[in-house]
Design a protein around this ligand. Structure first.
Ligand code: MLT
Length: 313
């Protein structure tokens, strides 16, 4: 009897170990073919996905034998949690396993903006030697505003502090004993305050109905004209047209986006902006993070199929 269907490109030693114990089918492109996926799922007890497979209520209803969905990653926005819960299907994920990589790229993007590294690289490779064009600024002494004070926000703040930055944090759900506040002595502030005071705003929010389009024209208008904005969380939290206007009009100085409202995005004016750095949702894509994510999700799915509780459900 088939056990596990892996619908995206998830490989490695942990997947091999899973295959040696369970009847596992790996179809890395099947997420592109929703009809094909609907036909396949009724046979399987477990589904392992990344962020491309849309685990909708309809798909879950078709998956009559399904007991667990393993999401190899942190965000659960491609899984209908309510429908899974109603159907008694467990959702396992890997909320912390890629946090270091995301925090590191957030710092990388901050440095890239501060020192114009991508533009300087392109220019120099074109045969130019424009030293004076790239007069940047230090992160040292600047204020970072962290929106979303979970694990990734915390790790980003810790790294920012190592650069000598002051940390402000905003999170509607933060508790006073949050590690970001107690260990890092970050200042917990209302969103408006953070936007007005931060030199760099770094967003670490999940996509939920409450956060959709949260970072909009009103927010960008409150930021300093010298400030930069970084989003390595979910594209949906930013009103992209408003960001475009803010960057074009000089309301803010620059931005870096690793995530977009639609992925892959259609080419737009955003791609033309010199003060915007874009990367293709690679924040979690390091060898280390992917090894941790794969190991954690494979082990949890195996645990559930063995009748044991999942560690990250
Ligand atoms: C995550 O949610 O883990 C990252 O954004 C990467 C992904 O979506 O797989």
């Amino acid at each position: 009897m088939p056990d596990i269907l892996i619908t995206e490109n998830i490989r490695g030693a942990a997947v091999d170990a899973l295959c040696s114990r369970f009847d596992t089918t790996i179809l890395p492109d099947v997420w592109k073919d929703s009809e094909g996926l609907y036909k396949l799922v009724p046979d399987f007890r477990a589904l392992i996905v990344r962020n491309q497979t849309q685990v909708t209520a309809d798909l879950l209803a078709a998956a009559k034998k399904l007991v667990v969905v393993g999401r190899a990653g942190a965000g659960l926005d491609n899984v209908d949690i309510a429908a899974a819960t109603k159907a008694g299907i467990l959702i396992a994920s890997t909320p912390d396993q890629n946090a270091i990589s995301v925090a590191e790229i957030a710092l990388g993007l901050m440095l890239s903006l501060a020192r114009m590294i991508p533009a300087a690289n392109q220019d120099t490779k074109a045969g130019n030697w424009n030293r004076h064009r790239y007069l940047g600024y230090e992160l040292y002494g600047k204020t970072i505003g962290i929106i979303g004070a979970g694990k990734i926000g915390y790790l980003t703040a810790r790294r920012a502090q190592a650069f000598g930055m002051k940390v402000l944090a905003h999170d509607p759900f933060i508790s006073r004993d949050n590690i970001l506040l107690s260990e890092l002595n970050a200042e917990l502030v209302p969103l408006d305050d953070l936007l007005a005071r931060a030199d760099i705003v770094s967003c670490h929010l999940p996509a939920t109905p409450q956060t959709f389009g949260l970072l909009n024209a009103q927010c960008f208008a409150k930021m300093k004209p010298t400030a930069t904005f970084i989003n390595t969380s979910r594209g949906e939290v930013v009103a992209e047209d408003d960001l475009l206007c803010a960057l074009k009009s000089g309301k803010i100085a620059g931005a870096a986006l690793d995530v977009r409202t639609k992925e892959p995005p259609k080419l737009s004016e955003l791609e033309q902006l010199p003060n915007l750095i874009l990367t293709p949702h690679i924040a979690a894509f390091t060898h280390e993070a992917q090894d941790r994510v794969t190991k954690a999700i494979c082990e949890d799915v195996a645990r559930v199929l063995d009748g044991k509780p999942a560690q990250n459900a």
